[in-house]
Every structure is written in structure tokens, then in C-alpha cells.
Design a protein around this ligand. Sequence first.
Ligand code: URA
Length: 230
Amino acid sequence: MRVDRFLSNLPRFNRKQVRGLLVERRVTVDGVAISDPHHDVRIFHRVCVDDEVLDAGITARYFMLHNAQGCVSATSDPQHPTVLDLLDEPDKGELHIAGRLDFNTTGLMLITNDGLWSRRLTQPQTKLPKVYLVETEQAIGDEYAATFAQGLYFAFEDLTTQPAHLQILGPRTARLAIIEGRYHQVKRMFGHFDNKVIRLHRERMGPLVLDAALAPGEYRELTVDEIQQV
Ligand code: URA
């Protein structure tokens, strides 16, 4: 929301007063004085007039988890442990998963309460690659790479997948980079060749790589640098 709208929505200031506060540079957002009425204010920002806090903001939280096999990518499940069960954090109900994984997929999972940040990471429009290590039941043919690069038609969604990059690592192993996250996307792409995925592990989402120091089931907070890279 624009800062002038945010301030004039408060009962104590009318529009003229808000203009005055901005011109006199009495408004700060996260400690920085601002005068531009269009300045964008988000829920995580701390807005003050003089020294008075008008919106204490909500602390943005970001975690990287090494997802273990057999963990459900959901906030609750009646039968199985969920990703959130692995976090020893307060107010877990505010958190959501940026890019879910199937029950048996391991690897990088990002969890946050910042919806804009997670959308930047997961929306196909931002073209950030999600990189998976894949092991298959049958041999991976040389022709797979061209088919994946062209895109595959998914009848259920009536869409063609965005170009994906396949690097063959061994007879039945490969690294695949996709820029969207359709339902069971990787399994369905290999399924096009009747080749079953028997192991799937996410190594990277955009600029963020799974920390090798994290064992399956372990997590840590993201660093400021990692958060800002997205
Ligand atoms: N594609 C899949 O098929 N499964 C996952 O968990 C992630 C991507």
C-alpha cells in the first residue's frame, strides 16, 4: 500500500496532514526517512512518525529445510509427519511452504511467512529454475533432452510445460531444471517416456542451494544475503 494511503487511513491524520508529515520528512519506514507519497509499505515494514511507531510490523521469517522422505508437504496431516512438525519454532501456523514436494521427494524446502517472497520464487513468470536430481527405473535416452527443452503437453491442465534443461549424468541418473512446479511435474515428464522416477531430490530453487551441512530433517534460518537474493 502507498505510504500516504496507509497514513491517511489512520483516524488521526487527514490527507493534508499526511502531505505535511512527508514534506517535513517526519515519516520513517524501517528507520529511513521518506518523503515520496508513493513509497510502498508492506506488512513487514515498521512505520514511524517522529519517534512513534504506527505499525510495529510483523517479523518476516525464512527457513531452509532438508526435507526427509516420508514427510508431507502440508501444514497438517492426520497420518504422517508434516514438514512443519520438523520445525521447532513459535507461531508455525503463520508459515507456508514455497514449492511443495511429493511424499517421497527429498531435498530443499523453503518455508516462510512472506507471501510475496515465496511467489517470486515459485511463479513461472520469474523463470527461477528448480533443480532436481533424478534417478529412474529405465535408461534415460538421449532424445529426452530435446523433448524436455521443447516442452510437453499436459492434457489435464491443457498447457505445454516451459522449456526445461536436462543434463544426463549416468545411464539412469540426470539433473533436471524446470521453471514451474506443476503437480508431479518431473514424474510426469519422465512418464512421457514410460520411465518411472524412483528417486527425486531437489538441490536448488533459484539462487538458493540446499546447505550440505543439513542432514535430512534438519533446518536453519536463511541468512540476510540469501533472503535478498530472491
Ligand atoms: N516433481 C515431482 O514429480 N515431484 C516433486 O516432488 C517435485 C517435482
